[in-house]
Ligand binder design. Structure first.
Ligand code: TXE
Length: 490
């Protein structure tokens, strides 16, 4: 039985204005299990106008920051209560393992709780102004309508880091789901009204990049676009912002270095690397997909990695004992196959994997590829799959140079027992997030984002609420003297 979904616009659950749907497939089985409205330009326009009106008139505009915080807190509670159901839907739609989606849905509640607490702590300032009899202060206002665009790989998490700070600061949102796995966000949308948010505060539109994403990001009433996805769509978003002057923040994934020094705790580093590249089948923006390993420990490290990789249980992502599920789209698996074949002609050697797994057309084996040079295209191409590229180094300088030889700069992992070296490397590696002797840790308290082609702007952390506000400067003349005649300068 196919489930039929609707979009959330101005508090109503609606179909596309022309009645068109698109199908969403379960990557594990290939079955089209859901039908979702293909938003028209008119639908997106209606959602943005509703969000704009709601931002400036009615109950949301009149709410105190603490009341906004209460809605966010309730949303977090509901998310936690429904984590099992949301996890199941996300797994069915994206292929991500149920163990992970269920846990993530529960943990993501913490992000809403964090921003619930932040809502009444957003303050302006008084300025020590250089003029007598003037009192000058700033208010922090919401920006207006936020266009939040998410990809399919971690939709609840990426939604939370956009919605949490945006709503805490008093904005309204039009959220666009990914066309590859839209259902979990529509299920999440059912919690919005229950949490107490007035109609029109959060609107959810479903559809493809064109027209849905294009119309949304070029809309003149959108004040900021918070985008997570790939570089090609990001370029469209930036181009559109030249017309509507929307602020833009971009999180575009990476090819993150995972650096292992000879003095590292090898067991810990191997486990970190396995989690970093094979967790979520490698479909993670922070995947540690470039292993840079000291030559003294490289053979032992790769022996342990390949043993673990070969034993990973691949199969039904709903099953509790599965360790790796499918990839989400056919496009990804085709890119992986093409890039691996090309790398092999350039001298790369497969240490394990390198083929589809038996479980089904979208399942790919955990793959480790030793690369003779950092100049191979595959070394700096984000594959978004379970494929680890390996480079060896001899000195710290060489390790750093390899780590920084990349267009990307989202995350980096450093495994060493030498504290001074850990600090030196953490300072010098060009990435937005550095994990030392750990990997893939996240928290609502910590900012998240990259440099270079990994994007700009930060999500998560307290500062994010300020990024969804602008200061308004207010000058108050306290003098009882009349304002001076401008043509009689003293
Ligand atoms: O991303 P897209 P896709 C990388 C990863 C992956 C590749 C493509 O390498 O293989 O990108 O993935 C919307 N205006 N990452 O196709 O197309 C789109 O509908 C506005 C890394 O999923 O960028 C979806 O909602 N929006 C990344 C969202 O953008 C547009 C996570 C992402 O889709 C648009 C995902 C347009 N013109 C992919 N075109 C990460 N940062 O982790 C598309 N969209």
């Amino acid at each position: 039985m196919t489930s039929r979904y609707a979009m959330l616009i101005d508090g109503d659950w609606v179909q596309a204005s022309d009645g068109v749907f698109f199908g969403s497939a379960n990557p594990a089985t290939g079955e089209i299990w859901a039908e979702v409205p293909e938003a028209t330009a008119e639908d997106v326009d209606r959602a943005v106008r509703a969000a704009h009106r709601t931002c400036y008139e009615g109950p949301w505009a009149a709410m105190t920051p603490s009341q906004r915080g209460q809605c966010l807190r309730r949303l977090g509670d509901l998310l936690s209560e429904r984590s099992e159901h949301l996890g199941e839907i996300e797994t069915r739609d994206s292929g991500k393992m149920f163990k992970e989606t269920r846990w993530q849905a529960k943990y993501i509640a913490e992000f809403f709780h964090f921003y619930a607490g932040a809502a009444d702590k957003i303050a302006g300032e008084t300025l020590p102004i250089d003029k007598p009899d003037m009192f000058v202060f700033t208010n922090r206002e919401p920006l207006g309508v936020i266009a939040a665009i998410v990809p399919w790989n971690s939709q609840l998490f990426l939604t939370a880091v956009k919605l949490g700070p945006a709503l805490a600061a008093g904005n309204t949102v039009v959220l666009k789901t990914s066309e590859h796995a839209p259902a979990v966000i529509l299920e999440f949308g059912k919690l919005i009204a229950e949490a107490g948010f007035p109609d029109g505060v959060v609107n959810i539109v479903t559809g493809h990049g064109d027209p849905c994403g294009q119309v949304l990001t070029s809309h003149p009433m959108v004040a900021r676009v918070s985008f997570t996805g790939g570089p090609s769509a990001a370029r469209h978003v930036i181009g559109n912002s030249a017309n509507n002057f929307a602020q833009v923040s971009l999180e575009l994934g990476g090819k993150s270095p995972f650096i292992v020094f000879a003095d590292a705790d090898l067991e810990s580093a191997v486990n970190g690397s396995v989690a970093g590249i094979f967790g979520a089948s490698g479909q993670s923006c922070v995947a540690g997909s470039r292993l840079i390993v000291h030559e003294d420990v490289a053979d032992e490290f790769l022996k342990r990695m390949t043993e673990i990789a070969a034993g990973i249980r691949i199969g039904d992502p709903m099953a509790e004992d599965t360790e790796m599920g499918p990839l989400c789209t056919h496009g990804q698996i085709e890119t992986i196959e093409r890039e691996i074949a090309r790398a092999q002609t350039e001298g790369a050697q497969l240490l394990c994997g390198g083929a589809r797994a038996e479980a089904g057309p979208l399942f790919y084996q955990p793959t480790i590829l030793e690369c003779p040079s950092p100049d191979l295209d595959i070394v700096d191409t984000e594959l978004f799959g379970p494929v680890l590229c390996v480079l060896r180094f001899r000195t710290e300088t060489e390790a750093l140079a390899l780590a920084n030889q990349s267009e990307h700069g989202l995350a980096a992992g450093i495994f060493t027992r030498d504290v001074a070296r850990a600090h030196r490397m953490a300072q010098a590696v060009r990435a937005g997030i550095v994990w030392v002797n750990t990997y893939r840790a996240i928290s609502p308290v910590a900012a998240f984002g990259g440099v270079k082609a990994s994007g700009y702007g930060r999500e998560s952390g307290f500062q994010a609420v300020y990024d969804y506000t602008r200061p308004k400067t207010v000058w108050m003349n306290l003098s009882e003297e009349p304002v001076a005649n401008p043509f009689q300068m003293r």
